[in-house]
Write a protein that binds this ligand. Sequence first.
Ligand code: ZN
Ligand code: ZN
Length: 249
Amino acid sequence: MTSQCQQCGEPAQTTLCKNCAKHMRRQASSLAKTIPELRALAERKAHIGERCGGVRGGEPGLPVSVHWLEVYEEAARLMLRLAGCVDLKWMLLPVEGWRPAYRAICRSWSRVVCSPSAGELADRLDRMLRRIDRLSTPSDGRVTVVQCPDCSTSLAVPQGMRDGWCPECGERLDLDMLVSGRLDAACRAVMTCSPAEAADWLTDRAGLRTTRKQVSNWLARGRLSKARRLGHGVWEFNQAELIEVRNRA
Ligand SMILES: [Zn+2]
Ligand SMILES: [Zn+2]
């Protein structure tokens, strides 16, 4: 009896054609390799991007991500679901049972690909692996350094991480709030100096080549509305405004 492959529509002897079955097998084995990595990310034992997690002394550590724990559980649960094609009992296991479940999948692979839900499971495998791939590619390595409100350990929060635990004291952290508080403070930061020093600050600290003449021009034209004149040649500049005006120049 010939039917259609649930994945690609080609004629197939079973639920999936040979090619799609082979692809699914490869995906299941990458999932098995990925699950321990997800667990390590959740426990902050792995690196995220260039930066090494858990660096002591000097470098701020990374908060423990709640998020990775959820992705780990989802991935492990999918593995149990695949093993459910071999024997339904696998689906009753807690997520930690994914390893023996994977071994059962390898032993009885044909039962997985012949299962009526093979097509749907192959889709879910693809989606899961694509998602993990997206999540584990650091967007641009940008981090905001915040302090744990409880123990004041410095933590480097990668962009997009919303909540987590402090690796030092175990406090649950609302990273969204800490990061926006940090950015607010940065927006209010001021410095007292001459236009020449402001130009140096922009050039050296903000990486925006600026001359004293430019800063004086902005002041003369009233483009730095937050700048206050304190005395002869001395001003209070709002740092965020300096960067904003320089970027528009
Ligand atoms: Zn196919
Ligand atoms: Zn802490």
